[in-house]
Design a protein around this ligand. Structure first.
Ligand code: ADP
Ligand code: GLC
Length: 521
């Protein structure tokens, strides 16, 4: 029998996504699935999610969860082909946002909402009537991090657990009074790491209880052992060091592919045929009311507009850059902290035709941004992995990233000293620091390199041809799962299984597509 894995998460692309977590979970699950294991992704049934599933049906009712009784609904995600279980409790999840209300404040019951997810997932993994049990529960980030503790509370020793750390800056901290409301026995509050300092801390519990902990890049796995990046968890992480495995993320090369990207509307391009990249640039300029100047350098910024992403510093740097470089344009897509959004909007108004700011979330515009920009600015104070620069690279858009976290592993910058020639090996630029001058200088450096056409062209080509696919990361996850379950499950031949599964998936998607009238991919 193949390994059975339950991936528990608050986001899975395209059903629910606010950032890279959703992309990473779906990309990883697809890649693992194609190598043999049966993998089901479980997430909350946020508004509209159930309607996007094919063959959605209620498979059970769960009583006694934090926040009240809930339904389990199983279906198939037509885009990813993954089996999905959603936890349906409209009082908890049928809301406009995933985590925040309209004013940008966290929902006051987030502890209950995600404790319910962890409890339900642990009970499903341990064996719920009508659903065969799972060998592995794979929890992602703090939202699912209570699940290993709940399994311990249930005494479900047959289910092994993996916790992936996508970002330890978000830990699920809550007032101690919350401990009474989330269904955890009081004797486990301290023993199983639920309490950390004067708070309930979901991630602390997850790191304490999970059998293995994976981290989304090698460099970040080292960084989080230090007080600067560990955000208070460094001591616990050092204690668990023998169980920490760094597995760098990949990207879904079928979703982010300039050769076949439907969002490029007929203007697809490749490393050998870049002409249509300039068509995309023109379309980006038109869409954002930037001057239609093919000679200008367009700097794109597409990310959460938060302190993590140094968006506050970028907002300060942009006017200086626009003033000192008449040939420069800036295009920003994002949403996040209100004061940063407001400042960027102001700059957009001050520089019409040269700085465009779209506050909001749009998958389509994000694809156009990566395709049409010349440079992607991706400053970060910390960056566990950083998918956005990889998407940019694939579209021949040179990333300028901070020398931190995963970007150290993924952006190749041979250095600002030495000859320009050496930059012919680069895939992007890295900079240190979080001051306006740091961003300013990094962009000046990029503009100078861009003026040397042969070198820039080589950098684009290097970037576009780098293999960052999930296929490279999947074996490490498989190895981790198999090591945890050794002797308990038969390992199925990956090649055979992959083709059988792909055929099953295509048949299921086709059948579902006929039913709801969309065309099969
Ligand atoms: P993080 O997960 O920290 O936000 P990543 O770079 O790993 O950073 O992933 C961000 C993902 O979210 C990318 O897929 C990016 O395109 C997407 N994204 C962020 N903001 C927006 C937005 N406003 N509109 C569309 N996509 C966005
Ligand atoms: C987090 C991190 C980001 C990473 C993503 C996927 O949101 O901030 O760096 O790429 O998760 O793992």
């Amino acid at each position: 029998m193949a390994l059975r894995i339950l991936a528990v998460t608050s986001e899975a692309f395209p059903l629910a996504k606010t950032g890279g977590l959703g992309d990473a979970v779906s990309g990883m699950a697809r890649a693992v699935h194609s190598r043999g294991p049966d993998i089901t992704v479980m997430l909350p049934s946020y508004r509209g999610v159930r309607q996007r599933l094919l063959h959605a049906s209620v498979i059970g009712h769960m009583h006694g969860l934090p926040g009240g009784d809930a339904r389990l609904v199983k279906g198939l995600c037509p885009e990813s082909g993954l089996d999905i279980i959603v936890l349906e409790n409209d009082a908890l999840y049928d809301r406009e946002g995933l985590y925040l209300d309209e004013s940008g404040k966290e929902y006051s019951d987030n502890a209950i909402r995600f404790a319910a997810l962890s409890h339900a997932a642990a009970r499903v993994a341990a064996g719920f009537p009508g659903v065969p049990g799972f060998d592995i529960l794979h929890a992602h980030d703090w939202h699912a991090a209570l699940a290993p503790l709940v399994l311990r509370q249930l005494g479900a020793k047959d289910v092994r657990t993996v916790l992936t750390l996508h970002n330890v800056a978000f830990q699920g901290w809550f007032d101690t009074s919350v401990a009474q409301q989330i269904g955890i026995d009081s004797d486990l509050w301290d023993n199983a790491g639920l309490m950390h300092g004067d708070c309930v801390n979901f991630l602390h519990a997850g790191i304490t209880c999970a059998d293995k902990i994976t981290v989304v890049s090698g460099n970040y796995a080292q960084e989080i052992l230090t007080p600067e990046f560990g955000c208070g968890l460094e001591e616990l992480l050092r204690r668990r060091q023998d169980d920490i495995i760094a597995i760098a993320n990949g990207i879904d090369v079928s979703v982010w592919n300039p050769v076949s990207d439907p969002y490029l509307k007929g203007s697809q391009f490749s490393a050998d045929h870049l002409f249509n990249k300039s068509v995309c640039k023109r379309r980006l300029q038109e869409t954002f009311s930037l001057e239609p100047d093919a000679e200008s350098t367009v700097i794109g910024m597409g990310s959460r507009l938060t302190g993590q992403k140094m968006a506050d510093v970028a907002a300060e740097a942009i006017p200086f850059l626009l003033d000192s470089h008449p040939g420069l344009q800036v295009c920003v897509i994002g949403c996040g902290e209100k004061h940063i959004e407001a400042r960027l909007r102001e700059i957009g108004d001050q520089y019409p035709g040269r700085c465009a700011v779209h506050i909001g979330y749009s998958e389509e515009l994000a694809h156009l941004l990566h395709a049409g920009s010349d440079i992607l600015l991706h400053g970060s104070r910390f960056e566990p992995f950083g998918l956005t620069p990889l998407y940019a690279m694939r579209y021949g858009t040179i990333p300028i990233g901070s020398r931190t976290g995963g970007m150290v592993d993924t952006i190749h910058d041979p250095g600002s000293v030495g000859t320009d020639e050496v930059m012919g090996l680069a895939t992007g630029l890295l900079f240190d620091g979080d001051q306006v001058a740091d961003i300013y200088n990094a962009i000046e450096r990029a503009l100078r390199l861009r003026s040397i056409n042969t070198i820039w062209r080589r950098m684009q080509r290097n970037a576009m041809l780098r293999d960052f696919s999930w296929e490279r990361a999947a074996p490490a996850y498989l190895h981790c799962y198999q090591a945890l379950c050794s002797g308990r499950v038969e390992v199925v031949s990956p090649v055979l299984t992959a083709s059988v599964r792909e055929a099953k998936r295509t048949a299921a998607v086709r059948a579902g597509s006929r039913q709801i009238g969309i065309s099969a991919a």
